[in-house]
Design a protein around this ligand. Structure first.
Ligand code: PGA
Length: 259
């Protein structure tokens, strides 16, 4: 589990799911079930058309809202794209950069992802920059090379949050074991230490994402270098979302509760 200096993050990535009434029902249920005095920061990433409604539905709850992507430019002739300033105007304080589905489906490379992270910071948003290897890359022993390459161009900014999301674990039901996740997180932190020094690396928040559920969250959350979760599928169900959040607040309790 994370040190006191690193406040854990519970992030829900809705991807291309839900319409407004469903999103508002989610917000109402999560608001009602939020644990008092929770340790983690909570943030949800809806599709663009839902942002304003979700921001309104979560106002005053302490749950933050983020965009799933942004353009690297601050404004311009970019049909279909969204600027950081527009996200902020719709109530966002966070944004995802370089999710593997963006890298895969929209050919986003490492440099572009880094440019988006810089644009997010310039717009006052907290970026979660996603990194992670494919199944082939893992099986051919290239995991750490890929992580190092993806990390390299990202800005050294204390506000930036990293997410290790092995592509083979996303939406597959095959989550990384706690050991695999911890190895990757420790590797990323070690690379950061070489770049920015020990103190900044120790303060960096590194989330895990990929088939996180209430059943596996407790064991993952106990890993020393893991500072929270970026959850896709299980985040759509308020009860599962809240259960995962609870495991972050008290990982020992979650572990005691498991068989
Ligand atoms: P998943 O997605 O939890 O459905 O595997 C995680 C993510 O893509 O962020």
């Amino acid at each position: 589990m994370t040190t006191a200096a690193r406040r854990p993050v519970m992030a829900g990535n809705w991807k291309m799911h839900l319409v407004r009434a469903e999103a508002e029902a989610w917000c109402a249920e999560v608001r009602a079930g939020l644990p008092a005095g929770r340790a983690a920061e909570v943030v949800v990433f809806p599709s663009f058309p839902l942002l304003a409604a979700v921001s309104a539905a979560l106002a005053g709850s302490g749950v933050a809202v983020g965009g799933q992507d942004l353009h690297a430019e601050a404004a311009g002739a970019f049909t279909g794209d969204v600027a950081g300033r527009q996200l902020a105007d719709a109530g966002c304080t966070w944004v995802l950069c370089g999710h593997s589905e963006r890298r895969r489906d929209h050919a986003e490379g490492d440099e572009l992802v880094a440019a988006k992270a810089r644009a997010a910071l310039a717009a006052g948003l907290t970026p979660i920059a996603c990194v992670g290897e494919t199944r082939d890359e893992r099986h051919s022993g290239r995991t750490f090379d890929v992580l190092a390459r993806q990390l390299e161009p990202l800005p050294d900014d204390s506000r930036l949050v990293l997410a290790y999301e092995p592509v083979w674990a996303i939406g597959t039901g095959e989550t990384a074991t706690p050991e695999i996740a911890e190895d990757a997180h420790a590797f990323l932190r070690e690379r950061l230490a070489r770049r920015t020094g020990e103190a900044a690396a120790r303060a960096k928040r590194i989330l895990y994402g990929g088939s996180v559920t209430p059943d596996n969250a407790g064991a993952l959350a106990r890993q020393g270098d893991l500072d929270g979760f970026l959850v896709g599928g299980a985040s759509l169900d308020p009860k599962r979302f809240l259960a995962i959040l609870t495991s972050l607040a008290a990982p020992e309790a979650a572990l005691r509760g498991s068989p």
